[in-house]
Ligand binder design. Structure first.
Ligand SMILES: [Ca+2]
Length: 484
């Protein structure tokens, strides 16, 4: 050590102490900084590691009563039955709409379909009423923003035209079709493979989608992916392998019902194959799987068994909107049943929470996360009511509209399949779903105050979503998102 003059010993000591303090401060600061940086890295890395792959499988017009475990084996759905046993099953799950396009709009945005601009289903006749507004953020946008590889395999039905194409709405991969005109037959159809249209007549559509889904998960097994497998089955046009149809005609079903059931069996086979592939790849327990149907059974085909629920596709009665929903994440979610009502708009906020996604949609979500129901069997009530409305063209909210609050459901009846020319004067009906799940006992006369209040809430909601639907178009929400 250097010899310092005695006279300055006190100064030296104080300088040394001060120096030491500074060094300590720097050192401690450095340690803290390093620990902080490390822990940030650790948090980021554990967040990434805890992000599961997500496969959202949607059937089209498949009824709750089409699952063989719920229909005394009228149908054959062994894979879905097993998945249900291994999943969190929502016994009170609701679509966002009783028809295809609007239901998908709600599912993919977490918002009531009216806000998104998708209020009906005929894309050719009403292009402006079937496009997902460009200022809406999709589930695929959100996953992609968080680094997921995103794919839509199957049906889009949320707008024709390049701006509305799935590749411009958050999907990296699109192998499917925009609307019904592509599929004249399940054995003879066109698909858009990214931007190119290809014609196929050597395969069966449902198997084709399954093969493409298997191919996608195999190619992306090493990274987080979001796959929306939007099957067309068992939607019209009817068609299935003969031997499968024959199995059901031999059981005594008419030709049309037998064909629908055969289509569902092929769908189920495909889900089994996809799950097997996840096992083979060793990523099953890193993959969250959801299965749902977009709306109830199509009344035009044949009368289908649907647990005696009232109404069908097109109607806001239970038969049109009460759908199957199961959520599976092996080793993370213990199988159980949740009877809390959930709605399609709840799926996006749930996935944002469960997958720790970075981005949140710019527009206010209508849905409420049900993540707590996935990890616990406690029934957490949804505080806000749920709403539905559909008619064939511009919304007329007095037709086919409904609100559910707790166990009470108020329904403004479905009047006609044709375009309503004026507001409906049909009286609203009131049901207590806990006591009357079949909506057979109208209590509006004995509960006039409740009926009046719910009717007003439905009216307020109608005004709100209509004002949102007709807002000026802005594109700001998409400016920060990667574009194809
Ligand atoms: Ca549908």
């Amino acid at each position: 050590m250097r010899d310092f003059p005695t006279s300055s010993a006190t100064d030296w000591k104080s300088t040394f102490r001060s120096c030491l303090n500074s060094i300590s401060a720097v050192f401690i600061g450095l340690v803290l900084f390093t620990v902080e940086a490390y822990s940030e890295e650790l948090n980021a890395s554990s967040a990434v590691q805890s992000r599961p792959n997500v496969i959202l499988i949607l059937a089209d017009d498949m009824a709750l009563g089409d699952l063989s475990c719920l229909n005394e084996n009228r149908t054959k759905t062994p894979n879905l039955d097993r998945l249900k046993e291994e999943s969190v099953w929502f016994s009170q799950a609701y679509s966002g709409s009783p028809v295809c396009a609007s239901a998908r709009a709600a599912l993919l945005t977490g918002r009531y379909p009216h806000r998104t601009g998708v209020v009906t289903l005929n894309m050719v006749k009403y292009p402006e009423l079937t496009r997902l507004r460009l200022d809406e953020t999709t589930m695929a946008d959100v996953f992609r923003q968080s680094g997921y590889r995103t794919a839509l395999i199957g049906k889009w039905h949320l707008g024709l035209g390049s701006e509305y194409h799935p590749l411009n709405r958050g999907f990296d991969v699109f192998e499917g079709f925009s609307g019904h005109l592509y599929v004249s037959d399940y054995f003879n159809y066109k698909l858009q493979i990214q931007n190119e249209t290809e014609h196929f007549e050597d395969r069966y559509l449902t198997d084709d989608f399954t093969d493409r889904a298997i191919d996608f998960v195999t190619r992306n097994a090493e990274r987080p992916f979001f796959l929306h497998l939007a099957h067309y089955a068992p939607h019209r046009p009817l068609g299935a392998p003969e031997e499968k149809i024959e199995y059901f005609t031999k059981k005594g079903f008419d030709q049309q019902t037998a064909t629908v059931y055969a289509m569902i069996e092929v769908l189920d086979d495909g889900i089994g194959r996809l799950l097997d592939q996840l096992d083979t790849l060793g990523i099953r327990d890193q993959t969250l799987i959801l299965f749902a149907s977009d709306n109830g059974p199509d009344p035009v085909i044949a009368e289908r068994f649907n647990l005696n629920l009232r109404g069908t596709k097109y109607m806001v009665s239970e038969g049109g909107i009460h759908v199957p929903l199961m959520v599976n994440w092996e080793k993370t979610f213990a199988p159980h049943v949740i009877d809390r009502p959930v709605h399609f708009t709840d799926v996006l906020p749930t996935l944002i929470e469960v997958c720790h996604l970075d981005d949140t949609p710019t527009n206010r979500l209508d849905g409420v996360s049900f993540a707590s129901s996935l990890t616990s069997e406690t029934r957490a009530e949804r505080n806000s009511p749920m709403f539905w409305q559909w008619n064939r063209t511009k919304p007329r909210y007095s037709h086919n509209a409904s609100i559910r609050e707790g166990n009470w459901k108020l329904v403004r009846p479905f009047v006609t399949r044709n375009v309503p020319k004026r507001d409906s004067s049909e009286p609203a009906e009131l049901f207590n779903l806990e006591k009357d799940p079949f909506e057979s006992n109208d209590l509006s006369a004995s509960e006039p105050e409740l009926t009046k209040r719910l009717l007003q809430q439905l009216q307020d909601w109608s005004d709100d979503v209509e004002s949102s639907r007709t807002r000026p178009q802005t594109d700001s929400s998409k400016s920060s998102l990667p574009q194809n």
